[in-house]
Write a protein that binds this ligand. Structure first.
Ligand code: SF4
Length: 218
């Protein structure tokens, strides 16, 4: 499919999914970039609901990067334990908060290169913070965006960074965040990893896997 065709397909998909998910945005509750960065780190292998339950108390207790940098590691581990993988998460949070204090006056940098240089912070997490907390165009390639982009036929890559660059080519920059959130919502609601519900899907006619599935049942 040519780039023009892909761009047209994306336009239609966005229009349809915007009607399906009019309020799409991250489900994580946060007040500032640091809180979103912490929440996103905690959300690895954990539901957003559980993360929000934990951060409700966490953000009452810790107000700055300095607070996380100074707390005893075992105390932080205990505070975030219900999110799972708490030892690695606590280690990472303390490590990057130390750098935020030393290098960035306690603030989260607002550019990708600085953010991914922090320990434990990858492109996905950095792009979540850029898009959702700083309102800077960014494509968030999480497990849903990766899966749906392949199923729909927007990319044939399996590597998240390569998918991010493919999507940048065909999605208007001002819609990067919207598109990511729409695919995440659709991935959770209809196009699930285990059993995509093609017959309930409003974008089936614009999805390669959906079209193939219709062929199978003709
Ligand atoms: S048609 Fe099927 S594979 Fe394509 S987006 Fe919809 S549910 Fe997913």
């Amino acid at each position: 499919m040519t780039k023009d065709n892909l761009q047209n397909k994306v336009k239609i998909i966005i229009a349809i999914l915007e009607k399906e998910y009019p309020d799409t945005k991250t489900a994580l509750v946060f007040q500032n970039p640091l809180e979103l960065l912490i929440s996103t780190v905690l959300s690895a292998q954990c539901t957003d609901k559980r993360v929000n339950e934990v951060t409700k108390d966490l953000f009452q207790k810790y107000h700055s990067a300095k607070d996380y940098a100074q707390v005893n590691l075992s105390e932080l581990e205990f505070d975030i334990k219900p999110t799972g993988f708490f030892r690695n998460k606590a280690k990472s949070i303390k490590a990057f908060c130390n750098i935020l204090v030393d290098k960035y006056h306690g603030n989260v940098p607002s550019n990708l290169d600085d953010m991914v240089s922090l320990p434990g912070i990858g492109r996905k997490t950095a792009n979540v913070v850029l898009a959702e907390a700083y309102n800077i165009p960014a494509i968030i390639v999480d497990t849903h965006v990766l899966r749906l982009s392949n199923r729909i036929g927007l990319t044939d890559k399996k590597d998240a960074t390569k998918v991010e660059f493919d999507l940048m080519e065909i999605i208007p920059k001002e819609q990067w965040r919207l598109f990511s959130n729409l695919l995440i919502s659709h991935g959770r609601a209809i196009c699930t990893a285990r059993k995509p519900r093609h017959n309930e899907c409003k974008i089936i006619d614009f999805c390669e896997e959906g079209i193939r599935s219709k062929g199978q049942f003709l």
